[in-house]
Ligand binder design. Structure first.
Ligand code: XMP
Length: 510
């Protein structure tokens, strides 16, 4: 088990992923976690993440030196390296310029971390730092350098303490996964033991113990998270799992049938279908502000779900598909970060319902949920569904949501989905969808002038939705989508392509 102490880096989750990918269980804890929790976790190795702070400033996040006395191997990354150097008597200085992006790194002194990496003298690494180490602490030797920094890596072989100024966890560092594996296997002597098959078996046994013969209620949305949570719970407690599917009237065409209908039929899941579309649309009438739409939909969902759940006798637990990133997001050590969009639309549910929570996916990342879905025998069309936001099509209709506009968007979106599947692009992109704009433009059809709606295509590549870029789709495919939408969807005479990246744009338009 590896403990990752989070000092606020945007990459901390990636460290955990790399460690899990190596078959070793890991958890992230904030750097100021109660030391008793660290001891109780009994880590076999410790990784210190990067972070935005400077050890040269007062009040910077600190390292509890007791952790170094536990005698376990330690790997410090970026801020983690500076902190180790600073605390152990080395010298950290502030650089005039921040170094950000790719750099060429030369590994030195046969450092075990770089075993098996080709081009050790000319390694591409990803840097993101202001300060740097200029004097090593006693017992440490330099293990790598770049053109601009003398101590790009350092290590104390006897104490098994290593540190890197660059980020091995990001994909831009060549061989970064090997560096992390060398730390885990060669320095810490760990053996891979964490696999998805073992996770699924243990999880089902744990759920049986946690829930016993009580009833669980769970909101099925058709997304992969709630689906996998439901199938795991179903394996554990069978018909005591009561799923509720709320049709909010903002779904895509076929949404209900393709996943939830399929699960009820082929996996024998106990699902109650609730058509609440009119209630949602009534509440959304005249509302244009995106955040208001989200709030209205969130509140309505809670109201409907609560009402339906109360109609089931003797429910003790609320099942949720909460993922690991959601858990650490709420516990993590972060500076103030702006709320850009209120994404967690069902956040208020547990407080309102007075039920105990059961969250089978609390330890998993998104890609691990997909692997669990494979283990559970779910079909590919469910496993590879693109993410779809809780507020549904309402945030893809800019301005007021009406039934008429929903119908236009559904038809246009259907064409986008069909063409992406038919051309094998559906799985290659992160998300691809249509957006209905609140404006009309002039067109010509036959001999007549038209004045109709504009549809935008938003199709992006991303790894985690934090950053994204527009997908470079073949122009023939884009042309086919555009032609079909204009010819087949009444009320649309123009299609445009969104070519913005996130940041500074976002994936959705609202
Ligand atoms: P943005 O638009 O912020 O989207 O770049 C990032 C990812 O989050 C999804 N998204 C939402 N998901 N409720 C959700 O459940 C929301 O209100 C919401 N807004 C955006 C979006 O589809 C993308 O995958």
């Amino acid at each position: 088990r590896v403990l990752i102490l989070d000092f606020g880096s945007q990459f901390t989750q990636l460290i955990a992923r790399r460690v899990r990918e190596a078959g070793i269980y890991s958890e992230i804890h904030p750097c100021n976690v109660d030391p008793e929790r660290v001891k109780a976790f009994k880590p076999s190795a410790l990784i210190l993440s990067g972070g935005p702070s400077s050890v040269l400033e007062g009040g910077c996040p600190d390292l509890n030196m007791e952790y170094l006395d536990m005698g376990i191997p330690v790997l410090g990354i970026c801020y983690g390296m500076q902190l180790l150097a600073h605390k152990l008597g080395g010298n950290v200085v502030s650089s005039k310029d921040r170094e950000y992006g790719r750099a060429k790194f030369t590994a030195m002194n046969d450092c075990v971390l770089f075993d098996g990496i080709e081009d050790k003298e000319d390694l591409t690494v990803w840097m993101s730092h202001g300060d740097r180490v200029e004097g090593l602490p006693e017992g440490f030797v330099p293990m790598g350098k770049t053109d601009t920094i003398e101590f790009g890596a350092m290590g104390n072989v006897d104490k098994k303490i290593y540190a890197l100024q660059f980020h091995p966890e990001v994909a831009h560092t060549t061989g970064g996964d090997i560096i992390i594996q060398n730390f885990l296997f060669k320095v810490a002597g760990l053996e891979p033991s964490w696999s998805m098959a073992s996770f699924v078996d243990t999880c089902i046994e744990d759920l049986k113990k946690q829930v016993g013969d009580a009833k669980v209620v769970l909101g099925l949305s058709g997304g992969i998270d709630s689906t996998v949570a439901a199938v795991l719970l179903h394996r554990a407690i069978g018909q005591n799992l009561h799923c509720i599917f709320v049709d909010n009237g903002l779904l895509r065409m076929g949404e209900k049938e393709e996943v939830v209908g399929f699960l009820a039929e082929h996996f024998d899941l106990n699902v109650k279908f609730v058509d609440a579309s009119q209630e949602f649309l009534d509440d959304l009438k005249g509302v244009e502000d995106p955040e208001k739409k989200r709030k209205i939909i969130g509140y309505k969902f809670i109201e409907v779900f609560d009402r339906e759940a109360k109609a089931i006798d003797g429910v003790k637990f609320l099942g949720q598909g909460t993922l690991y990133p959601d858990v650490i997001e709420s516990e993590s050590f972060k500076g103030p970060s702006a709320v850009i969009k209120s994404h967690h639309n069902v956040g208020g549910l547990p407080e309102k319902m007075n039920l105990k929570l059961v969250e089978p996916l609390r330890e998993l990342f998104k890609d691990e949920v997909r692997r669990a879905a494979y283990e559970l025998g779910l079909p590919e069309h469910i496993i590879w569904r693109q993410p779809f936001p809780g507020p549904g099509l309402s945030i893809r209709i800019i301005g007021e949501v009406t039934e008429e506009r929903l119908e236009i968007l559904r038809l246009a979106d259907r064409i986008v989905q069909n063409e992406m599947v038919a051309s094998d692009w559906y799985r290659k992109v992160w998300q691809g969808f249509a957006v209905l704009l609140p404006l009309k433009t002039v067109g010509v059809m036959g001999d007549d002038r038209t004045y109709e709606n504009v549809v935008a295509l938003r199709i992006v590549d991303s790894l985690d939705a934090m950053t994204a870029d527009w997908s470079r789709l073949p122009s023939e495919l884009l042309a086919r989508m555009s032609n079909r939408i204009i010819n087949e969807v009444k009320g649309v005479n123009r299609v445009v392509l969104d070519i913005s990246s996130k940041p500074p744009s976002t994936i959705e338009w609202e």
